[in-house]
Design a binder for this molecule. Structure first.
Ligand SMILES: Cc1cc2nc3c(=O)[nH]c(=O)nc-3n(C[C@H](O)[C@H](O)[C@H](O)COP(=O)(O)OP(=O)(O)OC[C@H]3O[C@@H](n4cnc5c(N)ncnc54)[C@H](O)[C@@H]3O)c2cc1C
Length: 403
């Protein structure tokens, strides 16, 4: 049996290795468009490769996927981060868990993952063709014909693992075969608030804030970081994933509200400030009972029109109310987005209803499989996007191994 894998990235390699392990008789070829294998793995996680996340329960795991949560439940029951850890362990790669649950190789180097994949591929006799971009896939009566710009190849089954941003020629050939795509939009980005005075506080971070997109139910909580262009940090990145489609539809111009003391209300904060004022009348306004960084508090104080030298006794009730609102309903206008350290994924891809999630096989074209980011599944930041690549690659491999 000849099996072609389109894409020498995370999912394509994982799929190829898992087929080869089970079917030594199969001739497996990885076609890679560029001259680099596993390019995204190399740069992932800041060069450390955040392989997966220590979230083992499938029901909890799917909650990390803004798109594809329902469809990925059964796949994650079959192959989840626990299986990923074991798969790598059996091949001499130990993963470690960081306090926030992200998992990396103990070497802190993505090269460890790449070396493991390349070593296994060689051992298992997988053929790898570089600079071999597939431009066309044709279904013949009992097989497939793949075209590159210069060659044609025959194979019995095809796995398309071409990632999130596929070229028009490959996309068109899949459209001709009857597949459709949910349009791609970026996910995992930071919010720009250009020229806003808060940008002067770049580097200030709050470990537990909450952020909401005004007029929607989109909400996240966690660390927020002020940057020289706006806001970043895990809460913002996760919110960008949940809001990827909505934010694209408004051209990244939207209002968002930060609650710097997660769960607080303006009334509650006002009460805290009033109590403090009562007992610390002569204290300087820059001494505050509110548990936020001193620079952020000073910014709110000055932005509310209060001078640094003011004592609490001199601050009238209406300014305390204003300060309380700044702390718990702090509103900003986003004007654009910035890709987070290039660590974006695409939301969108092959329509989920066109795939059988037991096997990752196309429901329209038997023998054609899709895995990884090309399908309309994406996770928030934290190792969840690679886990999608491993799980879907593994499912396709298992199906091909018994066919
Ligand atoms: C900078 C960065 C850092 C990231 N860090 C993390 C992280 O730490 N943890 C995490 O979980 N996720 C991370 N991600 C997301 C993760 O890298 C992707 O979700 C994952 O690589 C998707 O795997 P894939 O195999 O589907 O696609 P890819 O890894 O993109 O591989 C697809 C491959 O197919 C090839 N290809 C495309 N078209 C063709 C064609 N027509 N013919 C032949 N070959 C073709 C491409 O050249 C590419 O090599 C990161 C993403 C980026 C951009």
């Amino acid at each position: 049996m000849d099996i072609a894998i389109i894409g020498g990235g995370a999912s394509g390699f994982f799929c190829a290795l898992n087929i080869a392990m089970q079917r030594p008789d199969a001739q497996i070829t990885i076609f890679e468009r560029t001259s680099t294998l596993l390019g995204k793995v190399r740069i992932s996680g800041g060069g450390r490769c955040n392989v997966t996340h220590s979230l083992f329960d499938a029901i909890d795991l799917v909650k990390k996927y803004p798109r594809g949560a329902r469809e990925m439940l059964s796949p994650f029951i079959k192959f989840n981060p626990e299986n990923t850890i074991e798969w790598f362990r059996q091949r001499g790669v130990t993963l470690k868990t960081e306090p926030d649950g992200r998992m990396f190789p103990v070497t802190d180097s993505s090269e460890t993952i790449i070396e493991c994949f390349l070593r296994e591929a060689e051992k298992l006799g997988i053929q790898i063709l570089m600079n071999a971009g597939i431009t066309q896939i044709k279904k013949t009566e009992h097989a497939f014909e793949l075209h590159t710009n210069t060659q044609r190849y025959r194979c019995d089954a095809v796995v398309v693992a071409a990632g999130g941003n596929i070229a028009e020629d490959l996309k068109n050939t899949l459209l001709v075969m009857g597949h459709t795509f949910v349009p791609s939009v970026p996910s995992l980005f930071t919010f720009n608030v250009p020229k806003h005075p808060i940008n002067s506080l770049m580097g200030v971070s709050v470990p537990m804030a909450s952020v909401k997109i005004a007029g929607t139910k989109l909400f996240e909580e966690g660390p927020v970081l002020i940057t020289h262009w706006g806001f970043s940090g895990p809460a913002i990145l996760r919110l960008s994933a949940w809001g990827a489609r909505h934010l694209a539809s408004v051209n990244y111009e939207f209002k968002f509200i930060i609650n710097w003391i997660q769960g607080s209300t303006p009334d509650y904060i006002f009460q805290e400030l009033s109590n403090y004022k009562q007992w610390h009348q002569q204290a300087n306004i820059l001494n505050s009972p509110i548990d936020i960084p001193k620079r952020l508090w000073k910014f709110f104080v000055n932005d509310t029109g209060i001078d640094d030298h003011t004592i609490w006794q001199a601050v009238p009730k209406h300014l305390l109310q204003k300060l309380a609102r700044r702390v718990s309903v702090d509103e900003y206008d986003a004007r654009g987005k910035t890709t987070y350290k290039d660590e974006f994924v695409t939301a969108g891809g092959i329509q989920l209803k066109e795939l059988d999630f037991k096997t990752m096989e196309s429901k329209m074209v038997p023998g054609l499989y899709f895995t990884g980011e090309i399908i309309d599944v994406d996770g928030i930041t934290g190792g969840f996007n690679f886990q999608n690549a491993w799980t879907t690659g593994w499912l396709a491999a298992n199906s091909l191994a018994i066919s």
